[in-house]
Structures are given as C-alpha cells and as structure tokens.
Design a protein around this ligand. Structure first.
Ligand code: AMP
Length: 490
C-alpha cells in the first residue's frame, strides 16, 4: 500500500469500463453439474432461521433487479443463494460457508440491493463526504474489482451506485469517482481505511458490512484492519448494522474470532463440508523432486495444449522465474503477483481472461475468489503450506457446475506436513487418494507435530462446541515477514 511506504506516487488509472449492456452482462454458461448443487447437504444453525427459497421469484426482487438476474443468465438460485438470500432479507447476521464457485457473490448482493431499492434509497449524488449504505471488503484488488463489477451489473438501471477503491491505483482518481455518489462501497482494507481517514467516507448510514473471504479478512494479516474499521468513528455497533461473512473455508479459531463482529444470534450456514474442496474438480498428484519440477511442468503443459491454466507457485521470484521460463519455451504465459505494478496485474488478468495468454503463473494473491471463465486446469507447481489455501487455489476451476482439473506437484521433502490434510480433503470430495500419499500421511515420518483436527469436518458451527485442540496449528498463518511470499495481499 502506497500510503504506508514512501515510494513514488501511484498514478495508475484503470481503463474506463464499457457501458454497453452486452459487456456488463457478459457471462459464461453454467456447467453440467450445476443441478447437482441441489444434492449438497445444507446445515443452518442458530435460532429461528427463515425458510429457504426455491426460486428467484420467491426472493421478491423488484422488477429491475429481477430483469438483471435474468440478463445474467441465472435461472435458478444455487444453495447458498436459496438459504442466504432469505436470511439476509430477514435482517439477520450471517456467517456462510459454501464451496468455491457456487454463487456466494449474488447471495449477498441481491438481498442488499433489494433492501436498498425497497427502502427507497435516495440516488446518491455529489457530496464532499459520501455515506454508503453498504461496505464490502475483500482481500485482493482483483477480487474486489470483480465484486464491484457484479454489483454494477445487478444495480444496472437502478438508482443504486456502487464504487470501488483499492490500492495501486491513483487515489485522486478513486476519490473523484467516489464523490460522485456512493451507495455500495467495495474496497480492499488499506485503501478503504485511507478514504475513511481522509473524511471522504462517513459511516453513519452504514447498514451492511460484508466480508468476502471472511476467514482471510480475519486472520493475522487483516484482523487489525478489520478491528480498526469496526472501531472507526461513526461506525454503527454490531447491534445496529447487519454483518455478513462469506467464504469456502473457516478454520474454527477464526469462526470464534468472527463472532466478535456479529450479533449473538447470527446464523451459520454451511453448504456441504466446511472447508471442503469443490467436488467438480478432479484432483491428481504427481510425486516430484525439487529439480525435476520445471521440466515436468513443461511436459504437462504440452499435454494440455491451449487449455486455460493457472500455475501456482510459492514466491514472487519463483513466479517471475517460471513465467520467463515458459515464455522462452514458447508457451503463451503471463504472471500476477504482489510485486508487479497494478497496471501489470490488471493487464495480466485481462490477457488471461481473453485468452491472449493461456497460462497465468500466480502466487497466492490469485488464490481466492477470482471467477475467470474457462479455467480448465490448475497446477500447483509448489503446494501451499496451508490446506485452506489449497482448496481456494483449485477452486479457480470447476466453477458454476463446470468440471475442472487440478494437478499438484508433491515433493516429499517439502510437502509432507500437508499430506494428512490432503488425504482428508480428497476423501471428503470423493476423490481417489493415491496410496503413496496415504502412506506418507500416516507413516508418521516428517509430519512433525502437525495434526490436522478431523473434528473440523464433523462439527460445522464452532458454537456447537467442536474440539479446539490443535486449532492454532491448523490455521497455520503463512510465515509473516518473509518478503518473497505473497501473503501481505491487497
Ligand atoms: P461466485 O461463486 O459468486 O464467484 O459465482 C461463480 C459463478 O457462478 C459466477 O460466474 C456467477 O455469475 C455464476 N452464478 C452465480 N449464481 C448463479 C446462478 N444462480 N445461476 C447461474 N450462474 C450463477
């Protein structure tokens, strides 16, 4: 964040967004497994949950919103929408867990926009201080931008004005846009706190606070920022606002911490296994040694041709290194990581989205939330050191009922500590567990004291009193202070 460092002033202004309906409503088709979402077990805990809806008609959306849902190609709600929409419409706080790619964004945007429409939110107009009705936070710039585009799409033709603020872009540019009017403010934490601190955003009218990738927003990296946000002058207390959290993963220690931000009677919604991988992704593992990885990646990419592929690596330097290597080998490759300028990050994502480059080499900065059409293939060149991160990474494919493939390079010398949790994740997602992986998971060699708590999968809502033993070990925050790891996202 440029507000913390004294580097050169950031002057980047992103390209102007297209205004035509075809671009705004562009979407990809749901996949063959979309209807199978309906078979996933759903658990709502907490008192008096409202009844789920079965159709968008039952959501009683106003005419324009309903039309925008149709234009987006949504025919029926996904489970997290069936349950989430009525919970939010009923004014309840929510901690929602649903697998990657299953429609969490619309689950919070639609009921919020509907309430704003129903209560006759005044069209926001120019003012030196904006007072948004809703604030949405997410951990990376690209993800918050994507959420903003979804908000803009669903709010199309209404008086609700969404705005986005994030780091790496000219602050002046974003503030000018903000001051034109803002009902729904989407932001990454650093820039959001910056515009609040500058007095450009007042919190007195805030009714909704949404944390997307909530477990990430509350882990060691971002928790202080979130506490500063809810402690900011004018911020309504948790009793006087609606707080909504969404993610595919929720380590139990984070669930307990999250409760600080929610009303005591919040509802916990679990669609499927909490922290479980998307079952539409075929997961395979290849045993490698550190020195054979590069050639094996090239061999793998030769077999997949021009299938759109994300290759995850452990460090920013490694991302540059592998991207350069693939380019030299004539593979159309680009890369995204936290040391690239925002202009380059956005260009890389755009080139990947339109297929100009079919390989995107990425650090964990691209692990969560990104919804890129036709990503058929995720490669873990380096496995992450945390199982939740693995679940998010492979969730870049297999979205919206489409099928996908994830191939992970497993280096027994480096990845042994992940073996047990991988075995659990694979079996919960009805995937074949390689016998060598099972052996290394339970042979006891090299796994040290790390014992993934299996109870995590038995109990869902941490209020139900699961076992909290080993939770600190489970959440394993990525090593802080290691500059080359891309963990200080935004
Ligand atoms: P999300 O998990 O919110 O990123 O959504 C994943 C993808 O599914 C996005 O491309 C959404 O536009 C799409 N999607 C979400 N809900 C529905 C729905 N009810 N019907 C069809 N597509 C949907």
């Amino acid at each position: 964040e440029e507000i913390l460092t004294h580097g050169p002033k950031v002057t980047y202004v992103p390209p102007t967004l297209p205004e035509d309906e075809d671009s705004i409503f562009a979407h990809y088709e749901k996949g063959i497994n979309f209807d199978k979402y309906d078979d996933i077990l759903v658990d709502v805990s907490g008192s008096n949950p409202p009844q789920a809806i079965m159709t968008f008609e039952e959501a009683a959306l106003c005419g324009t919103l309903r039309k925008n849902v149709n234009k987006s190609g949504y025919i029926k709600p996904t489970p997290v929408q069936k349950h989430g929409i009525p919970i939010i419409s009923a004014g309840r706080d929510l901690m929602a867990c649903a697998q990657t790619g299953s429609g969490k964004t619309a689950a919070f945007l639609l009921p919020i926009l509907q309430q704003l429409m129903a209560n006759g939110t005044a069209a926001s107009s120019f003012s030196e201080q904006q007072e948004p009705d809703a604030i949405i936070v997410a951990p990376t710039r690209e993800l918050i931008n994507q959420i903003y585009l979804e908000a803009r799409k669903f709010a199309f033709g209404t008086c609700v004005r969404p705005v986005v603020v994030y780091g790496g872009v000219s602050t002046g540019h974003q503030i000018r846009d903000l001051l034109k009017g803002c009902n729904v403010l989407c932001g990454t934490p650093g820039r959001l706190m910056d515009v609040i601190g500058k007095g450009k955003v007042g919190l007195a009218k805030l009714r909704y606070l949404v944390m997307d990738e909530a477990d990430r927003m509350l882990d060691m990296g971002f928790e202080p920022e979130m506490r500063r946000l809810v402690g900011s002058p004018g911020m309504p207390s948790r009793e006087n606002r609606q707080t909504l959290m969404f993610s595919a993963t929720y380590p139990e220690d984070i669930q307990r911490l999250a409760a600080d931000f929610l009303k005591t009677d919040y509802l916990f919604l679990a669609v499927g296994v909490v922290g479980g991988a998307c079952s539409d992704v075929e997961q395979t593992f290849i045993q490698v040694t550190k020195f054979s990885k590069r050639e094996q990646l090239l061999d793998l990419l030769k077999t997949t041709g021009t299938a759109r592929t994300m290759v995850f690596v452990g460090t920013k330097r490694q991302a540059d290194f592998i991207a350069t290597y693939l380019c030299q080998e004539k593979v159309l490759t680009t890369s995204i990581h936290g040391d690239r300028e925002q202009r380059e990050r956005e260009q890389a994502l755009a080139d990947f989205r339109i297929g100009k480059c079919h390989v995107l080499v990425a650090t964990s900065v691209a692990a969560r939330g990104l919804d890129i059409p036709d990503v058929q293939h995720v490669v873990n060149f380096d496995l992450p050191n945390n199982i939740d991160e693995y679940v998010h990474r492979i969730g870049r494919t297999g979205r919206c009922g489409n099928t996908g493939r994830a191939v992970s390079f497993y280096d027994p010398c480096a990845d042994n500590q992940l073996a047990r949790s991988l075995v659990t994740i694979l079996s919960k997602a009805q995937q074949e567990v390689p016998s060598w992986l099972e052996e290394s998971a339970f042979s006891g060699t090299g796994s040290g004291s790390f014992q993934p708590p299996r109870e995590r999968f038995a109990s869902t809502d941490s209020r139900k009193g699961g076992s909290f033993k080993d939770m600190a070990a489970w959440s394993q925050p990525a090593a802080l202070g290691v500059n080359d790891e891309d963990d200080a996202w935004e």
